[in-house]
Design a protein around this ligand. Sequence first.
Ligand code: ATP
Length: 315
Amino acid sequence: MTSVTVRVPAKVNLQLAVGPRRDDGFHDLVNVFQAVSLFDEVTASTGPGVGEPVTVGDVTARVSVEGEAAGQVPLDENNLAVRAALAAGARAGRPVDVALHIRKAIPVAGGMAGGSADAAAALVACDELWGLALPRDELMEIAADLGSDVPFALLGGTAVGTGRGEKLTALPGTGEYHWVFALADTGLSTAKVYAECDRLREATGDLAAWPEISERLLAALEAGDAKELGESLANDLQPAAVLLHRPLSRTLSAGRDHGALGALVSGSGPTCAFLAGSPDHAQELALALTAVGVCRATVTAHGPVPGATVIATTA
Ligand code: ATP
């Protein structure tokens, strides 16, 4: 095998319930994820690649990036795809090297877990490229070490994450959902949004409850009821994200005014997610959001879709 290409989806949070800050700095979460049809592609190849090599032990990885905000993506060991390749390579038991190329469509620092998606894709691609055949459980463990959102990018579909978000249970469901994402002209740092959430809670004395999954949301998913789902969407990070990026409140109102079944900030933002009733409704909503000028760009997508999947190999 000389190259493997993996397609990996972005995620939207249907519910993000954030518990109190733990001693290790993380928060206990209930995080209901849905994988949506907005994809990055990661190609892993043997042979010379572009970029500075990063070597740890017997493993060498390098990365190049094209597409959506490529200039903001690190090209060293801070790139989550590089870290994933190093982690997979450490299990090869022989010297290995890889050139990674990332085609980005998922907004960078947009609250849609683009970096985590690339890490999951690189894990799957390197596993195949090097013929490691790592068991699924081991891939999931490596993924959880790389970051809380990485296991879900492997799994895809709709799932609930607990702990830091990395302990996953797939949720069965019947529906297909149509989304519009309003992309912002800036990114938001996930760490800053969590810190702002803690600060707000302290300032208002509104202490965080233990996070619980919404029964209404679960019932909506089980029934495939988009209207109910729209009304159940909830994100505890939203007030903090809106405080850090005030224009988001206008974006969310514009979506609701144009008939979105539900509107929320995706994860730590600043991307806003709107649930539509049909593909046509999603197109209309996207046009309306663009016309009122409340975002940099809009993207339509559907969910749920599968997690990281090999789409091409060359021998
Ligand atoms: P999340 O929703 O998981 O908190 P996000 O979608 O808000 O994440 P990402 O696009 O994952 O944000 O990027 C967050 C930061 O991670 C970026 O600012 C960038 O510096 C770094 N990063 C590391 N690897 C990648 C990658 N492969 N793609 C994008 N960003 C990356």
